[in-house]
Write a protein that binds this ligand. Structure first.
Ligand code: C2E
Ligand code: SIN
Ligand code: SIN
Ligand code: SIN
Ligand code: FE
Ligand code: FE
Length: 377
């Protein structure tokens, strides 16, 4: 965020008047002090440079013709080594001197003799410009600061992502699914549902990146069970259920937020709204919202995909199976968020899984588990 601009407060502004004539020094100090500014005086350039070294000075108002260091030399010195603006007071001078003064970086000049009022008007204008410049530099610096903060945040995400990829790579050796596309689809369905639920953007992103890891625990399940073409025995099913807690173990104790989400999702994506899920039999809102979201995305994706134990179902059939389980397996609110954008769901499905039949164009085989339980079509 950009802070508001500081006010142009005279009490916070420091002026240095340099003139060899005492009368002029004192007159100016009085006028400038009367206007509310802090005002120091110096009788020559050497003294002025001493003050500039020690004290804060915003504007130097200097005579040109002085014994010792001239006003022009002082101007050059100030512009080279200090931040102060310089207003030059000139008696009668040649035109080329004006050019030199401007070239050397004076902010303004004023011809002698002048009225105090005139000098104060010019001083105010110089201060205003100076304030704008300081403000611009300050904003510039703040932008640089927030850019580097953003970069730090990016690096944190990047680190977490690399950690994630590494863990996923371990799991990717598993062959019960077409891993790559399953991963992308789950991620997209979850993002869609989370957005429709109105979850905060950061949470949507975390779910999007964490959801693909929901099944990493399957790495711990023997192939002969996981790749079994037909229906599982009760005992085999119990072994398969442990993929949730195995996944939790794999993803435990990471300092990366995405992996903390992944940990939660691995342990909760097979819980059911009615409490009949696993591994803990949690019910309703005791199930983390992340798990309730991934739960629907996972079932929809499993239903519309080929598995060792099933053919892909048409999208309409998968929708119907999920609809019938709304309020039983699935959180009704999450189911509604999923159904809110059927077209987008189909889009995700079609782009990434061209083998899934969208309508009942060709006949398909029910999986063993559906036998006698479904009355769709
Ligand atoms: P998965 O294949 O990723 O399936 C995830 C979830 O989608 C399942 O969780 C289930 O809720 C739903 N689902 C998958 N296929 C079907 C289906 O044909 N019909 C219906 N109505 N729902 C389906 P669930 O049941 O807890 O299974 C967890 C994992 O266990 C599955 O992950 C899969 O890897 C394995 N599995 C489940 N059933 C069988 C099976 O009959 N044979 C084999 N070999 N594996 C199975
Ligand atoms: C993926 O690997 O496809 C999931 C991450 C993402 O949404 O970019
Ligand atoms: C989270 O940070 O929301 C997940 C907590 C966990 O189960 O690790
Ligand atoms: C579900 O609860 O949606 C899947 C379980 C089943 O149909 O057997
Ligand atoms: Fe699972
Ligand atoms: Fe899955």
């Amino acid at each position: 965020m950009i802070d508001p601009a500081p006010e142009l407060i005279p009490e916070k502004i420091y002026i240095l008047v340099v003139d060899d004539e005492e009368v002029i020094r004192e007159m100016l100090q009085e006028a400038i002090g009367y206007a509310g500014y802090n005002c120091s005086i110096a009788e020559n350039g050497t003294r002025a440079l001493e003050i500039l070294k020690k004290e804060r000075v915003d504007v130097v108002i200097t005579d040109i013709k002085m014994p010792g260091i001239s006003g022009i030399e002082l101007l050059r010195e100030v512009k080279e080594n200090h931040e102060a603006d310089v207003i030059v007071m000139t008696g009668f001078i040649e035109d080329f001197t004006y050019e030199k003064i401007i070239h050397l970086g004076a902010s303004d000049f004023i011809g002698k003799p002048f009225r105090n009022k005139e000098l104060l008007v010019r001083l105010k204008r110089v201060l205003k410009e100076r304030n704008l410049l300081v403000e611009r530099m300050r904003i510039h610096q703040q932008l640089l600061d927030s850019m580097s903060e953003l970069q730090d945040a990016h690096e944190a995400v990047h680190d977490a992502y690399l950690d994630t990829i590494k863990r996923l790579a371990i799991a990717a050796e598993y062959k019960d699914e077409e891993t790559g596309e399953h991963i992308s689809r789950i991620s997209s369905y979850c993002e869609l549902i989370a957005l429709n639920l109105g979850l905060p953007r950061s949470m949507v992103e975390n779910i999007r990146y964490a959801s693909p890891m929901h099944d990493v625990g399957k790495i711990g399940i023997p192939d002969k069970i996981l790749l079994k073409p037909g229906k599982l025995t009760a005992q085999e099913l119990e072994i398969i259920k442990s993929h949730t807690t195995i996944g939790e173990n794999i993803l435990a104790d990471s300092s990366a937020e995405i992996l903390q989400y992944a940990h939660q999702i691995a342990g909760s994506h097979h819980e059911r709204w009615d409490g009949r899920g696993y591994p803990r039999g949690l019910a309703g809102e005791a199930i983390p919202i992340t798990g309730r979201i991934v739960g629907i995305a996972d079932v929809f994706d499993a239903l519309t995909s080929a598995r060792p134990y099933k053919e892909p179902y048409p999208a309409e059939v998968a929708f119907e199976i999920i609809r019938q389980d709304r309020g039983k397996h699935f959180d009704p609110a999450v189911a509604d968020a999923f159904f809110k954008d059927r077209e987008k769901v189909i889009c995700i499905l079609q782009n990434m899984n061209p083998t899934c039949p969208i309508q009942h164009i060709k006949p398909f085989q029910w999986s063993d588990r559906e036998e006698g339980t479904l009355s769709i079509c």
